[in-house]
Design a protein around this ligand. Structure first.
Ligand code: ROI
Length: 164
């Protein structure tokens, strides 16, 4: 089993409900266990400011799915929830990012692991530190030692959704 982390974000169509639906779907993936989810956080958008604030969380999974199969499953779930690309860095009902996959590094057209911007974003780092403060990036940096460039006025807005 490989330990991986998924970033969840939503700012349309009842974001908390969208995140809860996505977590249920993660828990139901084949060959995968949902281990935990962070609290829910509210944040200002990174990108165009004329869009609603986001709700963010990070989930920890254990899986034997290969990275690209896991990515397929995440993208399938985004489509299931009706995600439509409106504009670059624009609003979305759900975003599921594969942040970390064990200690693997992958750079390809389709998939970059670690997620190339994760170390800059408070809406990823804070929830990640909440559930996994023992974590190191594949390059050896401790997750707790990273300083985000983008704060987004991050605030804890609620406990982890209850799944199952
Ligand atoms: N901004 C915030 N605050 N949270 C997100 O999850 C998020 N996701 C994105 C972009 C559009 C970059 N901005 C975001 O993909």
């Amino acid at each position: 089993m490989i330990r991986c982390f998924i970033g969840l974000g939503a700012n349309l169509d009842e974001p908390i409900a969208q995140i809860t639906i996505a977590l249920r779907a993660l828990a139901a993936l084949p060959d995968t266990r949902l281990l935990r989810c962070s609290s829910l956080y509210g944040s200002k958008p990174l990108g165009p400011q004329d869009q609603p604030d986001y709700v963010n969380a990070v989930a920890e999974l254990e899986t034997t799915l290969e990275p690209l199969k896991l990515l397929d499953a995440l993208q399938h779930q985004e489509r299931e929830q009706g995600r439509i690309k409106r504009r670059h860095w624009g609003e979305r009902c759900i975003d599921l990012d594969l942040l970390l996959y064990g200690d693997q590094t992958m750079r390809s057209e389709r998939l970059n692991i670690p997620h190339h911007e994760m170390h800059k974003r408070s809406f990823v780092l804070l929830p990640l530190c909440e559930i996994a403060d023992d974590l190191y990036l594949p390059d050896g940096r401790a997750i707790t030692g990273l300083t985000p460039e983008f704060s987004g006025d991050l605030q804890r807005i609620g406990p982890p959704p209850v799944i199952g």
